[in-house]
Write a protein that binds this ligand. Structure first.
Ligand SMILES: Cc1ncc(C[n+]2csc(CCOP(=O)(O)OP(=O)(O)O)c2C)c(N)n1
Length: 644
């Protein structure tokens, strides 16, 4: 049946039995395809019936469906004509792992960062009202996890103020973010979930009391009159209704006709409505259900039947950090760990196991995590805030003003820094070096290997009068790259035979840099490779070192614009050092989803290509071109295909 569904219209005439069959087919399809490519399997298995019901009751794209975060939009993609693209899910040429406007008119919001959907929906609904598109409804699907993000509440506060807003908020409550959702809101939703509906209570009351002669009926009427009060006790949806948002539910999120009933009522209501839908993450797939930790929130390439990873897990950057922090925690009782709903993915799970009282999961709340860390530092602790690089973007103001201005001894650990690839434009951690470069007092390290992760982490934790930050990439860690010598904190990784080029390698590109230097040597070009480890502040001796070379080349896994190369150029300029600085890194563009290696290849960040550039730069004729390139650093981007 699935292959016959070309658009949501094809769902409308299906019988209950056919819908059942379709749900089963979608689940089998997802298990098979997502296991091959990796992706958000658990969340999508949980929203099969919910997505079908939404597309039967509403008319996308006239009605706009916005998925918060967007990781749970696979079923929506299947129902909107994109089955073929799943062969290459999250790969170049295949469907993206998140909604994508270029794929379909049914995708409006290209997200991946959580808790924005209610604001998007509020804006779209207000826009429809003001532009005379009153027949269009906005449906916002938001998880209980995403509701822990502050933006969700800023949006609800505004939505509630507009009683006529045609907005249906579907809370997809599966009790989990990656791990179980935490906090006061989670407790509140759980009360809603577990309390039997007050209507049932009243029905029961009516039945019993009506049979009670004389006093029965009046008591029932009094109860009914006190509806609101009783409701708060029996089914306390009061929080939403007090805000001014009509509440329906809770409804079984795997019963299509039950969801449809509530969605229909919501559609007809004519104002902001919240439909509370209870779903099960990983529904219908035993390995997902049995995964207590994350219910297969996100899987790599796995065996479709057993859910077991197909390749052996290798040592990752995350595990090196995770193990070292646990060791440090044993000696330092002031060290505490903070995660924004990503305990496992950031490796803080081991710290939590060892020191549960010193570990805080704040929900999807990077801003709160950052400012709360400043508070903890003031109180005498040394917080380690572990987040993905891309999510620190959220907390820039808090980093700048709450942490850095107060010189708070907080250490940020950014995982998944640099090009990550398969999760698309918004998941690349390519902005952190540029963003943190403009934060006074902050120290930034980019370790090149495991030994340096351990070392810089310890150095960071020894700094208590200023914030520190360590960034490293996703995935398996390369073998350690020992230094020949260390000068003023700068490691020399490869000594060139002559002084043609000083190659400054930032972080995990060190191996590529050393290999390129070795190849350049074979072509008669002398390249010395150094790794400053700490890239902010840059060691002054960099200037003295660079003086001896004809050219300096900087390689970094981040945007070139405002990155380390640009800081080094400025440092040289201010020091009166007139040496050309070339930059190898990521151009200022949004990178479409593809494998990291493919993207790096496109950007020319391969040993072969870098060698070619080193050789070209070292030749004299090139100097004219170089000047032009420095004046127009973005020109080259325009010719690059996969960028937009
Ligand atoms: C700002 C931000 N921080 C962290 C994440 C990582 N993340 C992706 S999905 C997710 C959990 C979402 O939970 P929920 O909204 O309940 O959706 P579910 O997966 O349970 O359906 C998290 C923390 C993110 N996408 N955005």
């Amino acid at each position: 049946m699935l292959s016959e569904i070309k658009s949501p219209a094809d769902l409308k005439g299906l019988s209950a039995a056919q819908l059942d069959q379709l749900s089963g087919e979608i689940r089998s399809f997802l298990i098979e395809q997502v296991s091959k490519s990796g992706g958000h399997l658990g969340p999508n298995l949980g929203v099969v019936e919910l997505t079908i019901a939404i597309h039967r009751i509403f008319q996308s794209p006239k009605d706009v469906v916005v998925f918060d975060t967007g990781h749970q939009s696979y079923v929506h993609k299947l129902l909107t004509g994109r089955i073929a693209g799943f062969e290459k899910l999250r790969q170049r040429g295949g469907v993206a792992g998140y909604p994508n406007r270029s794929e379909s008119e049914h995708d409006v919001v290209e997200n991946s960062h959580a808790s924005t959907a209610l604001s998007w929906s509020d804006g779209i609904a207000k826009g429809f009202a003001l532009t005379n598109q009153k027949d269009r409804t906005v449906i916002c699907v938001v998880g209980d996890g995403a509701l822990t993000g502050g933006m969700s509440w800023e949006a609800l506060n505004n939505i509630a103020a507009n009683k006529d807003e045609k907005l249906v908020i579907v809370v997809n409550d599966n009790e989990r973010s990656y791990s179980p959702t935490i906090g006061g809101l989670a407790t509140y939703l759980s009360t809603l979930r577990t309390t039997r509906g007050y209507e049932k209570f009243l029905d029961w009351g009516k039945g019993v009391l009506e049979k009670t002669p004389v006093v029965g009926q009046p008591i029932y009427e009094t109860l009914h009159g006190m509806k609101k009060g009783i409701k708060d006790i029996v089914a306390p949806q009061g929080m939403f209704e007090d805000l001014g948002i009509k509440y329906f539910g809770p409804v079984d999120g795997h019963d299509i006709s039950a969801i449809e009933r509530d969605l229909l009522s919501a559609k007809d209501f004519g104002g902001p409505v919240l439909v509370h839908v209870i779903t099960e993450k990983g529904r219908g797939h035993a390995p997902a259900i049995n995964d207590e930790a994350e219910k297969f929130h996100a899987v790599g390439v796995v065996d479709a039947e057993t859910g077991q990873p197909l390749s052996k897990a290798s040592q990752s950057w995350t595990t090196v950090f995770s193990d070292e922090l646990v060791k440090i925690g044993a000696k330092r009782s002031d060290v505490v760990a903070i995660t924004a709903a990503m305990m496992g993915p950031t490796g803080l799970d081991k710290f939590e196991k060892a020191y549960p009282d010193r570990t805080f999961d704040v929900g999807i709340a990077e801003q709160h995590a950052t400012t709360a860390a400043a508070g903890m530092a003031y109180a005498g602790l040394h917080p380690v805030v572990a987040v993905y690089s891309t999510f620190l973007n959220r907390a820039f103001d808090q980093l700048l003003l709450d942490v850095a201005l107060h010189k708070a001894g907080v250490t940020f650990v950014l995982d998944r820094a640099g090009v990550t690839g398969d999760d698309g434009p918004s998941h690349n951690g390519i902005w952190d070096l540029a963003l943190t470069g403009i934060v006074p007092t902050l120290h930034v390290a980019a370790p090149r290997d495991g030994e340096r992760v351990r070392e810089t982490l310890r150095e960071a934790l020894d700094i208590s009068d200023a914030p520190t930050l360590i960034r490293f990439p996703k995935g398996a860690i390369n073998p350690d790259i020992p230094a020949f010598e260390r000068r003023d904190g700068i490691d020399v990784l490869y000594r060139g035979e002559s002084v043609d080029i000083l190659l400054v390698s930032i972080g995990a590109f060190a191996q590529v840099a050393v290999d390129a230097a070795a190849q350049a040597y074979r072509e008669g070009v002398g390249v010395t490779v150094i790794d400053p480890r700490w890239v902010k502040p840059l060691p002054k001796s960099l200037v003295t070192m660079a003086q001896r070379y004809k050219r300096v080349v900087v390689i970094e896994d981040g945007i070139k614009h405002g990155g380390i190369a640009s800081t080094i150029s400025e440092l040289f300029r201010e020091s009166g050092l007139n040496v050309p600085v070339h930059s190898i890194g990521v151009p200022l563009a949004f990178l479409e989803h593809a494998k990291r290696a493919q993207i790096l290849e496109d950007l020319g960040i391969t040993v072969q290509n870098i060698t070619r550039s080193l050789v070209a730069w070292s030749s004299d004729e090139f100097s004219v071109d170089v000047k032009e390139e420095m004046q127009h650093p973005l020109d080259e981007n325009e010719n690059r295909k996969p960028l937009r």
